[in-house]
Structure formats: C-alpha cells, structure tokens
Design a protein around this ligand. Sequence first.
Ligand code: SF4
Length: 370
Amino acid sequence: MNLNFNDFIYNCDSDIVCHKFLLGLKQGKTLESAARTVMESLDGAFSVTGITGDGEFFAFKDPHGIKPLCAGHDPNAATFAFSSETVSLDMNSFVRDFELNPGELVTVSSQGFKRTQIIQKPREAFCAFEYAYFARPDSTFGGDKYVYEMREEFGRNIVREFQEIAEDGDIIMSVPETGDDSAMGVHEESGLRWERASRRHRYVTERAFILLNTERFSTIDKKINILGSKVAGKRVIITEDSIVRGDTTKIIIEKLRKAGAKKVYVFVTFPRIIGPCFYGIDMSTYGQLVGSRYDAEGIAKIIGADKVCYQSIEGLIRATGRSEDQLCMACINGKYPTPCAQKMADVMKKRFQEGFEEKNRIYESEEAQP
Ligand code: SF4
C-alpha cells in the first residue's frame, strides 16, 4: 500500500500514534525503530497492539507506562494475547505472563514472547485512577493483589482517617457498583452494617460522567434506586469511588433526603480531583471538575452532604503497594509526569483562574498550545 504521509488526517489520538508508527517503520524498517519513533515523539499515554503485514504480532507501552497492558498465553502455548487487563486473560482461560514494562516492546514468535526495552525513563507513572475507578475489580496489575482488595483497603483507610464521622453513622450504603468494594472495607473497619439500600438498574449502562449535562440527570435517576424504608431516619455513610462533577452524588443524596435519611456522609476513595487528565480519561477542563473549584467543605455544600471525606493521597499510595514515583496522580496533585502535559495544565489553569471560559478541550486548539 502506498501511503502519502503528508496527507495523513488526525481524527483521533490513535491516528497520531499510527502515523508516527508508520513513519518510524518507513525510516528504520524494523518494529523497534517504529516503536522508538512513537515513544520519542509523543507525550502521553498509549498501550498499543498490532500485527504487521508479515504477520508479526506485537505490543508496546508508553515510556511512563501510564495505562495497563499485559501478556498471556493459552494452556497449550499455541496462542498468545495482549490485553489491557488480566481479567480478559482469565475469562478466556489464558495463563497470565507479565505486565509490560514502561517503554517496552514485546513481539511474538513460535518460541513465545520476546521482550525489548526500547526506552528507559527514570520513573514510571501508572494511572492511580485505575485502582479507584477504571479497572475491573477482578484484575491485577503486575502483582497478586486484585484491584478489589485495594479498594477494600481504601475503605478501611477512610475509616481510620475519619474515625469520628464513622462513629456517627448508622449504616453504610455504597453507590453501586464501584463503591461496593470500599463499602466492604468501611464495614470491616467500622463494624457498621453495610445496608444494600441502593440498587443499580442493570440495563442502564452509560457512565454518567461522560454524558452531556442534559442526559446525566435522567440517566443517574433511572440508574440508581434507593430503598426508602432502609434509610429513613438513619445517618447514612455513602461510599463513592470518586467525585468528578459531583452530579451523580448530588442526585443520590437528594434521593436519600427525600427518603428521610437524617444525615448523609460521603466517603470518597479517590482523593479530590483538582485537574484535568490528558492521558485518556474524559476529565478535560478545570471548569468541569467540582474539586478544582471547591475544597471538601465546599463540595459538601454543593452536593448536599453533611460531610465529604476523601481518602488521603498517602493512604491511596500505601494501599496500591506502589511508591509515589511509580504512580501518575496528576489529576489529584497537579504534577504531570510528562512535560507537555504539565505545560498545558499550567496554561489552562492560569486561563481558568483569569476567568477564561472553557467551552471545550482548549488544549486541542492551537492558541492554547504552550
Ligand atoms: S491524570 Fe489522573 S486519570 Fe489521568 S492518568 Fe493520571 S491519575 Fe490517571
């Protein structure tokens, strides 16, 4: 196929990765050179798998290893696979082999995997939000611990950090389903009953925080049902994985109040989100994040809670079993692991503070480029 590289049109970030990959392939003629070109020329998160025209199966990950990518094989070692999470290997009865290292290229031949370190960065930056929200609870990331076990520990941490609030609760109620595992941890540490007083409509599957404003309210309203008699007159502790815009939690609290809950405390496992993500999560502006405008007290007022209790960043790090310099926590601490993202964040933050209206993802417009 003859490709005209100058006419390449970018419709999405995968097109950019693809373009750089093809350029590298054209120049160096090897998979190593192609992966190196992508890694050296792009600032961001990418976990790539592909197959060449010659049938060579490969995968590589960005030099900071921001997003997960693992490898496995079937029990006969006849088929090899790459997946973003181990759960898909488990579900297909594949053996889990390894999590790719940051900056690593892996190719597959009849002998199995061949691993080549293309670029070595001084630090890894694995997305901390995977642990709190994105990943399946039954996945693991390069260790034996399941994600759900870490989420349970997140719940225990919040009780330790907000003992007085835990003692003032009557029941725990999770926002299903991502709050379930931390609710178990809160239950274990506090001894409070975990009342399954909110139920999720199993056929409404949209993720609320990526919907338009108009759609969000009705989706959340349809998605979560509150069992009124279980919360009436009670001091309720809700466990949430995160607060992005605050809409979901606000609607649930409204429903709880209507059902007669006496007090509503919110335990949030992911620390306060203060900045956008440039690495693939749809939290793209400061303005849309309630945590960039208000502290925990202000957020409690906005969403109608008696108190919002965030797990500390230190607690989160400890529970993941990683160290601070192995994690990306840019959206909660403002320190972006890649230079271009840091520059964009600084530009956007300054403009946001100056009152510039963020209509869309301004970092994608040329005037906002650092
Ligand atoms: S900025 Fe936040 S959501 Fe984005 S990769 Fe980093 S930790 Fe994950």
